[in-house]
Design a protein around this ligand. Structure first.
Ligand code: ATP
Length: 243
């Protein structure tokens, strides 16, 4: 059964540009909550601190909070991009991620080759992967560019490809950053219809967003982050009202 279980999850990023001792002291004195000096005397930013939660089947969770609160870092950690420096994370289920459009793509391979590779990686046969590539190509509307290397794509073309790829695979856990909801109008009109179906079908949705209309429309639960910590976690209405 798909689930996400985090226990005191902690993520830190080293900041390498505070070489001078006095600058380091000044900076640490100013933001003692978010920055600290680690055992190797590096200044590190605490992006996520001691997060504990369980997300089970059927939950659609919004990550909300101000700029720099930790929403994208948490999504990327759930997608396996960042390794926690503390705590534990356990996940079960097929993950689809709409976070960084170029993540997991080989830029020198064509769009079609990337799709087939992803299919094979997911355990599909060559023939199934090729059929999937045709479906993704058709939905993406990339036409002949589907056979050009991904490094030649514009940013919007990369979004089209990764969106079509992630949504065709019908994941059990869908991780999504809100900027995937913006895009060129013609594509987004059909993308939204597909997304709405996918959000309803996915067994778990985790969505990072500033858009409270989307939170109310799509989510059953909200987790509010502030400076890397969970400050509220519960039904959407409760968490949004408490802000
Ligand atoms: N690669 C990185 N290196 C150093 N610090 C980082 C890195 N990525 C994120 N951070 C820091 O981690 C904290 C959380 O950032 P994150 O991008 O997760 O916030 P967010 O809630 O998604 O913000 P926004 O709403 O502005 O997108 C911030 O203080 C940010 O400066």
């Amino acid at each position: 059964m798909p689930h996400i279980l985090a226990n005191q999850l902690t993520i830190e990023f080293p900041l390498y540009h505070f070489d001078s001792r006095s600058l380091k002291k000044q900076v640490l004195a100013r933001t003692p909550l978010r920055l600290r000096e680690d055992d190797s005397n590096r200044v590190v930013v605490s992006a996520l601190r001691d997060l504990s939660f369980r997300i089970g089947r059927g939950e659609r969770v919004a990550l909300v909070g101000g700029n720099g609160a930790g929403k994208t870092t948490l999504l990327r950690t759930l997608a396996g991009v960042y390794q926690p420096v503390g705590g534990r994370l356990s996940m079960a289920g097929l993950i689809g991620s709409l976070i960084d459009p170029s993540a997991g793509m080989d830029p020198s391979s064509t769009g079609r080759e990337n799709i087939v590779l992803r299919g094979l990686f997911r355990g599909l046969s060559q023939a199934e992967s090729e059929t999937m590539a045709d479906e993704v190509a058709a939905f993406s509307g990339l036409n002949e560019f589907i056979d050009a290397p991904v490094r030649t794509y514009s940013a919007g073309m990369q979004v089209r490809l990764s969106f079509a790829m992630a949504t065709t695979m019908e994941p059990q856990i869908l991780l999504m950053d809100e900027w995937f909801l913006a895009g060129d109008a013609a594509f987004m009109a059909k993308a939204r219809a597909r997304l709405t179906r996918l959000v309803t079908d996915a067994e778990i949705l985790v969505l990072a967003t500033h858009d409270m209309t989307i939170v109310r429309e799509w989510c059953t639960r909200a987790i509010r982050l502030e400076a890397g910590r969970i400050v509220a976690d519960g039904p959407v209405a409760e968490v949004l009202e408490a802000a």
